[in-house]
Design a protein around this ligand. Structure first.
Ligand SMILES: Cc1cc2nc3c(=O)[nH]c(=O)nc-3n(C[C@H](O)[C@H](O)[C@H](O)COP(=O)(O)OP(=O)(O)OC[C@H]3O[C@@H](n4cnc5c(N)ncnc54)[C@H](O)[C@@H]3O)c2cc1C
Length: 292
């Protein structure tokens, strides 16, 4: 068996994992990031349709000092609005910037975790085997707990960790036949986000469906959900515009309802959970980098 050995493995190439990876790398630590998807950024996601982008994950990010500092260094175009930070040309540009020079393996879903004398033995769905001293999981905590549970690593977890809740999100990605001059607006509680004002698909539209709608319809089939969304679209101020194509994205874990007021959680020695379940994704990553 071919085993890769590394000091620290970070699970997830979302903002938390990438920022933490960069902090550790800058300190000279040997780090490997494993990401289950094909792309970087996690919930900071930009999907290509007709080779043009649509921000179908977070459309804004809370403007924290760390985030603004990174954006200034990145020279990316961004705006700070009341809703948060908007990165022009695609929210995932931010992830790509932080990822530069890092050791990241995509399409590697961590599945098995075994405690060994020197730390952890990990196995991915692509049969990659890694031995590491420190293991940091940045997936939303409920997802991380599922993984730990499957590997019988959840002996004495605190109740406040187990009761963390995320809202579900339904996202409509539409491409209209013609461009519109409409700005962001809310209709019946749903957030309409034309992509042209983000320097993305000139005819692209994202609708972030309201929380109550997303919770109610989440488990229905895509066909039924899209039918309900199209009715909303038709009633909206954009309803007269003709749609060329559209699709649906479902986020089971979109935003944390009430983050824990701790920076991270240590499950066992050298096994840490961090990310947006805690104070703030980047603050959580920074706190972990200080203890490793
Ligand atoms: C629709 C939507 C709207 C949002 N709106 C806002 C907003 O307005 N303001 C705001 O501040 N935030 C918003 N957010 C939340 C924001 O996107 C997140 O807080 C932030 O991106 C969290 O980053 P993260 O790195 O902690 O987690 P994630 O981005 O979830 O990264 C975790 C990564 O881990 C990977 N992963 C999980 N399990 C495994 C495994 N077993 N093996 C390998 N990889 C794994 C995932 O693929 C993912 O890439 C929104 C999110 C969504 C989806």
């Amino acid at each position: 068996m071919n085993i890769t050995k590394v000091n620290t493995v970070i699970i997830g190439a979302g903002l938390t994992g990438l920022f933490l990876g960069k902090l550790l790398k800058d300190k000279g630590q040997e780090v490997l990031i494993l990401e289950k998807s094909r792309g970087l950024g996690g919930r900071v996601a930009t999907r290509r349709i007709d080779q043009l982008g649509l921000d179908h994950g977070a459309a804004f990010l809370t403007a924290t000092d760390q985030l603004v500092e990174i954006l200034i260094k990145s020279k990316l175009h961004y705006e700070i609005l009341t809703e948060g930070i908007l990165v022009k040309g695609g929210m995932n540009q931010l992830a790509k910037f932080i990822a530069q020079g890092q050791n990241i393996l995509k399409e590697q879903r961590l599945e098995k975790i075994e405690k060994i004398k020197t730390g952890w033995l990990l196995e991915s769905d692509n049969a990659l085997t890694i031995e590491c001293k420190n293991l940091i999981i940045t997936a939303p905590v409920p997802q991380a707990l599922e993984l730990l549970n499957q590997n019988c690593l959840l002996n004495q977890i605190e109740p406040k960790i187990e009761t963390l809740k995320y809202s579900k999100a339904l996202i409509f990605l539409g491409v209209m036949k013609n461009a519109s001059n409409i700005e962001n607006f809310k209709f019946m509680g749903h957030q309409f986000l034309p992509m042209n004002i983000r320097d993305l698909h000139p005819n692209g539209l994202i609708i972030q469906l309201a929380n109550e709608f997303s919770e109610k319809w989440f488990n229905e089939s895509d066909e039924i959900i899209l039918e309900a969304i199209l009715k909303i679209f038709k009633l909206s101020p954009m309803g007269a515009l003709e749609l060329d194509k559209y699709e649906l994205k479902k986020w089971r874990y979109s935003k944390i309802e009430t983050p824990l007021e701790i920076p991270f959680y240590k499950v066992q020695s050298n096994l840490i959970l961090c990310g947006d379940s805690f104070i703030d994704p980047l603050a959580s990553a920074e706190a972990v980098s200080l203890i490793l």
